[in-house]
Design a protein around this ligand. Structure first.
Ligand code: J2J
Length: 546
């Protein structure tokens, strides 16, 4: 049984194959075809060669096959930045079991939503996460989703099999591989989202493999590449742009960092002679502050990739001098399209744009509110279709009808300007999302949870400017009664109690009597953003006076 998704029309698929973009190979070829003696992953004191990565993932696949997992099944995976993330991914791919890789920062709310959507047969997680210190959450999840019968944990636990024990067990059995067909769903990527429930992005072997291969080429990855995975490993950027998979494709090495923290990363860069790192802008800002004290440690670094949120021109200009390496900007999205500044672009292009699409069959339109294309230099919404951009979210017909047009273009909600050379600069957003330094928050998801509170009548979540994160989130709350007694602290506790990931808990709450409305009666978020901007400005002016 294969997993249902919206396929590319046959004429497009034909063109992508003719052009050599789709090669009909399973993603596991990324590691199976690499030079087996090369080191694939460094994680703490451990180094895994490709041979070990392959054999461990085969051992795990045999175990999972014995459990009864089959092509077309799904898995829920939540792992921190450790080598096992890749072992697990490729084990599942060998069997045609499609994982959702939740971020490690995700919590009960998110894992429950993913489980409801894909009804996984197995959960693979880590006992380092508070949710899995005991079996309570897993039991609740498997009670509500009957297909979920198996659990595997990294680390010791009394209530689950240990992943480590399986990976290091010996077996003489040979795996009968059964990956899904290359034009079927290989795994689900996570959408930043703008709706009440987080949407899942079905990625096929063909489209993802192409995106990895082409990215690796654009970024000149070779077997000598040592890529620092400092962003959450499940995120599309460090996975595929070119990310860890781009390094695997050419037999390079991935160095895992537990976090993007400057000191931690600088030590790893020095110890393992890292050549490429990828960051979101707030982490880059911290690296730039710390780097002057660690120049020698960074001497191996050749390329600093930055994406996920808007990078200010002033930070961008500092990179070559302060880090002693080249900057590359990336505008990507888990739905597909990835734009890169090229390594031989002039410095003005690199610091003022977020790049251009990675291939000639990426079709990009910049549209005004009426849906007409605007001239180069003018601002409009970025819409796109191409060989690795999905044609629909998983099992979401209503939402798909809104964000994919009749010609199959995905309307990204990003407001961009395109120059005459096809380079895009992001100038804003027309989607109900907060981009908190690269972490995306769907406003509606948090508003709906707040509305469940017995004392809240209306809520509206908007972005507010923040010098470090670019944006933070502010929740405007209209209480049901005047003497509500609610405080920010109680609402934070309330949301945490619902199991919401920490980064989605509003940074600020503002209590107001009524929400300003647009002419059609929706909360006027433009006005609310202006209210909070003025309040912040006022506070900072007062602080300056004091
Ligand atoms: C401004 N906004 C940006 C940028 C993404 C590579 C890099 C990033 C992502 C990613 C990714 C931006 N400047 N340079 O998947 O493969 C915002 C846009 C976009 C949304 C997508 C990759 N780079 N963004 O960030 O799915 O709003 O992917 O639509 O998490 O992030 O978010 P996400």
């Amino acid at each position: 049984m294969s997993i249902a998704y919206t396929p590319w029309p046959e004429s497009f698929a034909k063109r992508y194959r003719e052009k050599g973009y789709w090669t009909d190979r399973p993603l596991v070829d990324l590691i199976d075809n690499a030079p087996q003696d090369n080191i694939a992953v460094i994680c703490g004191d451990r180094s895994l060669s490709y041979q070990e990565l392959c054999s461990q993932s085969k051992r795990l696949a045999i175990y999972l096959q014995d459990l009864g997992l089959r092509t077309g099944d799904t898995a829920l995976v939540q792992l921190p930045n450790i080598a096992e993330f890749y072992v697990v991914f490729f084990a599942l791919i060998r069997l045609g079991v499609a994982p959702v890789n939740a971020l490690f920062s995700h919590n009960r709310n998110e894992l429950t939503a993913y489980t409801e959507q894909i009804t996984p047969k197995i959960l693979i997680a880590s006992n380092e996460h508070a949710l899995f210190r005991d079996s309570t959450f897993f039991k609740a999840l498997s009670m509500s989703s009957m297909a979920l019968q198996h659990v595997l944990l990294v680390g010791q636990s009394e209530w689950s099999e240990s992943l480590g024990a399986i990976l290091h067990s010996s077996t003489s059995r040979v795996l009968k591989p059964s990956p899904s067909a290359a034009d079927e769903v290989a795994f689900f990527q996570l959408s930043g989202g703008s709706t009440g429930t987080p949407k899942l992005i079905p990625r096929t072997h063909n489209d993802y493999f192409f995106s990895v291969r082409r990215s690796s080429e654009i970024c000149h990855f070779t077997a000598a590449t040592r890529y620092l995975c400092a962003l959450p490993c499940a995120h599309n950027f460090p996975m595929s742009s070119p990310g860890a998979f781009g390094a695997f494709h050419v037999g390079g090495c991935v160095v895992m960092s537990p976090s993007p923290d400057a000191n931690t990363c600088f030590e790893l860069i020095a110890r393992h002679h890292v050549t490429v790192a990828a960051l979101v802008p707030p982490a880059l800002a911290l690296w730039l502050q710390a780097a002057p004290f660690h120049k020698a440690a960074l001497s191996s670094l050749q390329l600093m990739q930055v994406g996920g949120a808007k990078l200010s021109e002033s930070l961008a200009r500092q990179v070559p001098d302060v880090l002693g390496c080249q900057l590359q900007q990336i505008l990507g999205m888990a739905e597909g399209l990835v734009n890169y500044t090229r390594l031989d672009d002039d410095i003005e292009t690199i610091v003022t744009t977020q790049g251009r699409p990675m291939c000639s069959l990426d079709e990009v339109k910049v549209l005004n509110a009426e849906g007409d294309e605007v001239a180069n230099g003018e601002v409009g919404e970025l819409a796109t279709r191409g060989p690795y951009t999905i044609r629909g979210y998983y099992n979401a017909p209503e939402h798909n009808a809104k964000v994919f047009d009749k010609e199959g273009f995905y309307h990204s909600g990003d407001l961009v300007r395109r120059n005459d050379k096809g380079y895009l600069t992001v100038v804003g957003r027309d989607k109900d999302q907060i981009n908190r330094g690269g972490e995306k928050i769907a406003a509606e998801e948090i508003e709906n949870l707040l509305l469940k509170h017995e004392l809240i009548m209306h809520s509206a979540l908007v972005s507010m400017p923040d010098s470090m994160m670019g944006e933070k989130s502010c929740a405007f709350i209209v209480p049901k009664i005047a003497s509500h007694g609610m405080k920010s602290l109680t609402l934070r506790k309330y949301l945490r109690g619902l199991g919401v990931a920490d980064y989605k808990v509003p940074d600020r709450f503002e209590f107001i009597d009524s929400l300003p409305l647009t002419p059609v009666g929706k909360p006027n978020k433009v006005a609310l953003r202006e209210v909070i901007r003025q309040r912040l400005q006022h506070t900072s002016q007062q602080n300056n006076i004091l």
